[in-house]
Write a protein that binds this ligand. Structure first.
Ligand SMILES: NC(=O)c1ccc[n+]([C@@H]2O[C@H](COP(=O)([O-])OP(=O)(O)OC[C@H]3O[C@@H](n4cnc5c(N)ncnc54)[C@H](OP(=O)(O)O)[C@@H]3O)[C@@H](O)[C@H]2O)c1
Length: 312
């Protein structure tokens, strides 16, 4: 059984030759701690990724206290791979996944799909309990379905799900905030997407910032970019030059991560990566602490000048 206790390493005094571990924080009013840096395991689901690469990034993450891992049934082979690669090292890891679709024989967004989706996730992740389970970005109409909410509530009462949450932004998030079942929220928060936090989240909720590096669109768009990536890139190009090329050791990735991770109300930032070197760079950036107030204010001001809506 997983207790997700904070690892001993995080409370040990840092030695100068020890690379920084992810700092930990109380996760809202949930009664457990979570690392300020979590691993977005979307990219770990790619069929093109070698199993060794999955093992390497997970190994680095666990070694450095990046012990909250977020996945979803829509992330390719991610859930199944996490189950295999975390076998024997599940203790102390907070596993988070999403629900609402992708269960053979059960119509999406029904109570049956939630019920069977919980068991499918437990099986794939090879665990007895999901630490966090989020409804994955459904619209307000779905949140009005009592069968969906009842199935999630039952899973919490049965102990299969430790914390129920909603992952998404915009109208779905606004509706979800009114539902007391949700004690955790996964929302976009980055240089160009601040609507969810600006509008506020319920007191005591655990908050995970997704897309904290704005999908790394600052590094280029890649082939056939999705509409979201195009939108993020367009927003990024409208930031002042000082924010697009900041004088920080880790450049704009560092600016983005330190902004998101130290935003008031954020407990965990979920960064998707398949590269241990990026994980290390992100931990180094976090170890440099909150951004100076002048930079924070410039970022808040740049967003407020446009008030771009939240991207799911
Ligand atoms: N609706 C939803 O529920 C929803 C939507 C979006 C995201 N999410 C969650 O949030 C997680 C993170 O979101 P995301 O992956 O979309 O966006 P993200 O974390 O903002 O960006 C991920 C990208 O950043 C790159 N990266 C990581 N560290 C870097 C560094 N130090 N320097 C430069 N590039 C770096 C990664 O590439 P490399 O692999 O090359 O490192 C990857 O391409 C997801 O995995 C998922 O768990 C949920």
């Amino acid at each position: 059984m997983n207790d997700a206790r904070p690892p001993e390493a995080s409370s040990a005094p840092a030695r100068p030759d020890t690379p920084p571990a992810a700092p930990r924080r109380p996760f809202g009013a949930h009664g457990f701690d979570a690392p300020a840096l979590g691993l977005g395991a979307g990219p770990l689901g790619a069929a093109s990724l070698e199993e060794d690469a999955v093992d390497r990034v997970l190994g680095s993450a666990l070694e450095r206290g990046v012990t909250l891992i977020d996945t979803a049934p829509s992330y390719g082979r991610s859930e199944e791979r996490l189950g295999r690669h975390l076998e024997g090292r599940r203790e102390g890891v907070l596993l988070s996944t999403k629900l609402g679709y992708g269960v053979e024989g059960a119509p999406d967004w029904t109570g049956e799909c939630i019920r069977r989706g919980v068991h499918q996730a437990l099986r794939r992740l090879r665990t007895e309990r999901l630490d966090l389970a989020f409804l994955h970005s459904c619209p307000p109409e779905t949140l009005a379905r009592e069968d969906v909410l009842a199935a999630l509530r039952d899973a919490v009462e049965a102990g299969d799900v430790r914390g129920a949450g909603y992952s998404g932004d915009g109208p779905g998030l606004r509706a979800a905030k009114r539902e007391p079942l949700f004690g955790a929220f996964q929302v976009s928060h980055n240089l160009v997407d601040q609507e969810a936090l600006e509008e506020g989240l319920p007191a005591g909720a655990g908050v995970l910032a997704k897309r904290p590096l704005l999908n790394a669109v600052f590094a280029g768009l890649g082939d056939a970019p999705s509409p979201d990536r195009l939108e993020l890139r367009q927003r990024f190009e409208r930031l002042p030059p000082a924010l697009r090329a900041p004088a920080l050791p880790g450049g704009v990735a560092e600016l983005a991560l330190r902004f998101a991770a130290f935003a008031p109300g954020v407990h965990t930032t979920l960064v998707g990566t398949t590269r241990p070197a990026h994980l290390e760079a992100n931990l180094d950036a976090l170890a440099r602490g909150p951004l100076p107030a002048s930079l924070r204010e410039a970022i808040r001001g740049a967003w407020a000048a446009h008030r771009w809506p939240g991207l799911v």
